[in-house]
Design a protein around this ligand. Structure first.
Ligand SMILES: Nc1nc2c(ncn2[C@@H]2O[C@H](COP(=O)(O)OP(=O)(O)OP(=O)(O)O)[C@@H](O)[C@H]2O)c(=O)[nH]1
Ligand SMILES: [Zn+2]
Length: 188
């Protein structure tokens, strides 16, 4: 269920168009406020989702070794400028006590967290913490690589600059060999 107030977004977009000196009633723009409202409802749909809900179904599988889903594409919106940042997330965990989740659920959690006004660091940490709190694994490592449009098309204008963030939890905090293995699997 979306909590988005479409009408309010439409009014705001009309005001912005006016404020930049455009005519919101010209043919090409007349439906734009409606389109933007629909688009924001989709792009911010993660606000109604708890990433933890995706880890409610678990399989009992005695695999207490690394699981890594890498190169999960995501699109998010920088909360400072409301322009996109996008890239890939790599999610690794070491299950404990037979609590193994469906692989797609790791990607679903990334999606739920990305579809909000966000910071890259918060996406990284929120996904890691959701896994810790639901699956109680030995360890978790989340790596996010992204390009921020607010650094590319405006401001400092540095296209191609990539930001990499990591969140490490549990046994992986002290196990540098396992962390290195994960990083080499991500690169490989
Ligand atoms: N830590 C972090 N910073 C981000 C993220 N997305 C955007 N930013 C930064 O947020 C900062 C906002 O800085 P401000 O000085 O308040 O805004 P600004 O004047 O538009 O900054 P410039 O981008 O340097 O022109 C910028 O340095 C952005 O690069 C993110 O996911 N994490
Ligand atoms: Zn920004």
């Amino acid at each position: 269920m979306s909590n988005v107030n479409y009408e309010q977004i439409e009014q705001a977009v009309r005001l912005i168009l006016e404020a930049i000196g455009e005519d919101p009633n010209r043919e090409g723009l007349v439906d734009t406020p409606k389109r933007v409202a629909k688009m924001y409802a989709e792009m911010f749909s993660g606000l109604n989702e708890d990433p933890k809900e995706h880890f409610q179904t678990v399989f009992s599988e005695e695999h207490e070794e690394l699981v890594l889903v890498k190169d999960i594409p995501f699109f998010s919106m920088c909360e400072h400028h409301l322009v996109p940042f996008f890239g890939v997330a790599h999610v690794a965990y070491i299950p404990r006590g037979g609590k193994v989740t469906g692989l797609s659920k790791l990607a679903r959690a990334v999606e739920a967290v990305a579809r909000r006004p966000q910071l890259q660091e918060r996406i990284t940490a929120t996904v890691a913490d959701a896994i810790v709190e639901t699956l109680d694994p030995h360890g978790v490592m989340v790596v996010v690589e992204a390009e921020h449009m607010c650094m590319t098309m405006r401001g400092v204008k540095k296209p191609g600059a990539k930001t990499v963030t990591t969140a490490v939890r549990g046994s992986l905090e002290t196990d540098s060999t396992a962390r290195a293995e994960i990083l080499s699997l991500i690169k490989g």
